[in-house]
Design a protein around this ligand. Structure first.
Ligand code: SAH
Length: 446
């Protein structure tokens, strides 16, 4: 086994805007649909400048569109007719001139266009966006998601037919994140529609994901409508969570782990729990309420840990069973191993180590490292909840990495359950990239 200590890859702390250290240090964008790492890909060739704007694909490169994958990569484009501007809606045609889709053009991205609609008769206007957003809201109502939580992802980008648009609802505050040129162009329209349909007290824009840089868009965080309360609170399965929408990570909270947190809570009874990368204490609170004997939570962000402790208080939970550590998990796990500490349930929910496949190798080493240490810290019969939110790591690869870690740790391990993001993060079948979050519940042989 290699003795070289893998460092956490440099990608997790990816926020670069804003004075506060918090965002810089802790940002993890678990989002789907981010553009790949910028390469020196050649820009599509200009076609007939006098013609109406249109994207014409190379012969044979229409296949993924015919399978309804919504991204058009620059390499598939033969030429661009006319002179469309970034964010403009343009028709996409195959090499024979057949209509394929309406898409939002972005000359500055490797993803030259993202599809709004496959129907030539559609007009991409306010009514179109109102329909798509209404559909997304209706889908969530059908699933009965409001019953137990006042926090919910109401628009999940490509998977809701709105590439690049994320909208999270935290009680009566909406946070929108515009990740590409299309939604950027329709920013005001989208805000108007959200205001009309949801009547929130505030719409806050958190357009500061790294993906925007790759799209050639500046970062922007600001109130778009209404007034932002000093602290937003969300109810989740009976818990109260304070959410910092302006300074917290992503849009402020990790809604995608809601169901997985609940599962952890049900299995925590009587156990010594270790929650790594705890952020504002999600898994820790569920474990405490679930009757864990003790919960040690580790994160490198002091601000996140402060909010986590506030969340314990908000919920009247027994703080004496909770221990908090501000540390690098890679180092903390080694210390715990050296101290011979043992746990019955461990959660590993690290930031996105591999935003794209280009980072997969380095990320694999990091995943293997923390999981190997996790296995070593578990008592026989213990449970490991391990996650990857990396778009660049497939389900298969993740499982293989974990299998390698178990082998090196010398433990026999069963998969008890496979986990994904919650139902308000649907995955369009034609857009498998939407399934960015994968988790395994593992049981070490007793
Ligand atoms: N499980 C959380 C979400 C985790 S987000 C929830 O349910 O809400 C990932 C967290 O990892 C962030 O809080 C970030 O601050 C933290 N982090 C990133 N790199 C880290 C490192 N090397 N050591 C410790 N924490 C780290």
């Amino acid at each position: 086994m290699s003795q070289t200590k893998p460092r956490s890859p440099s990608t997790p702390h990816r926020q670069s805007q804003g004075g506060k250290d918090f965002r810089k240090r802790v940002q993890r964008s678990k989002e789907q649909g981010e553009a790949p790492v910028k390469q020196t890909a050649s820009k599509p060739r200009a076609g007939n400048p006098a013609a109406k704007p249109c994207i014409i694909l190379k012969a044979g490169r229409e296949k993924s569109l015919l399978r309804r994958h919504p991204w058009i990569f620059s390499g598939a484009v033969e030429c661009i007719d006319g002179a469309p501007a970034s964010g403009d809606t343009v028709p996409v045609r195959d090499s024979a001139g057949n209509f394929l889709a309406w898409a939002a053009y972005n000359p500055d991205s490797q993803i030259t266009a993202r599809v709004w609609s496959w129907n030539e008769k559609d007009v991409i206007d306010k009514a179109f966006f109102r329909q798509r957003i209404s559909d997304a809201l209706a889908a969530r109502r059908t699933l009965g998601l409001e019953r137990d939580s006042s926090g919910m992802r109401i628009v999940h980008g490509e998977s809701d037919g709105l590439p690049g648009l994320i909208v999270d609802k935290y009680d009566d505050v909406l946070v929108m994140q515009l990740g590409s040129a299309g939604p950027e162009r329709w920013r005001e329209t989208i805000a108007d529609i959200l205001q009309e349909l949801c009547t929130p007290a505030c719409i806050y824009e958190r357009s500061d994901s790294d993906g925007r840089e790759l799209e050639g868009l500046p970062k922007r965080c600001a109130i778009v409508r209404g007034t932002l309360p000093e602290m937003v609170e969300v109810i989740e399965n009976g818990f109260r969570f304070a959410v910092d929408v302006a300074e917290g990570q992503k849009t402020g909270y990790y809604l995608d782990q809601r169901d997985n947190r609940a599962l952890t809570g049900t299995l925590a009874t009587g156990r010594d729990v270790l929650n790594c990368f705890c952020y504002t204490g999600g898994f820790s609170l569920y474990a405490l309420r679930g009757g864990a004997k003790s919960v040690l939570s580790i994160d490198s962000s002091q601000e996140a840990l402060e909010l986590a402790q506030r969340n314990v208080e908000l919920n009247g939970l027994d703080a004496s069973r909770a221990e908090w550590q501000c540390a690098d998990v890679f180092e903390a796990l080694r210390k715990l191993r050296d101290q011979n500490r043992k746990f019955d349930l461990i959660v590993l929910d690290p930031p996105k180590f591999a935003p794209t496949a280009a980072f997969a190798e380095k990320a694999s080493r990091a995943y293997k490292d923390i999981n190997l240490l996790g296995f070593k810290l578990l008592r026989p019969g213990g449970l490991l909840f391990t996650y990857s939110c990396s778009g660049g790591i497939s389900d298969d690869l993740f499982q293989k990495i974990i299998a390698g870690a178990a082998l090196d740790a010398g433990v026999d391990v069963q998969i008890v359950k496979k986990l994904h993001a919650a139902a308000d993060h649907p995955v369009l079948l034609s857009f498998p990239e939407g399934a960015y979050l994968k988790g395994l519940v593992l049981r070490v042989a007793g």
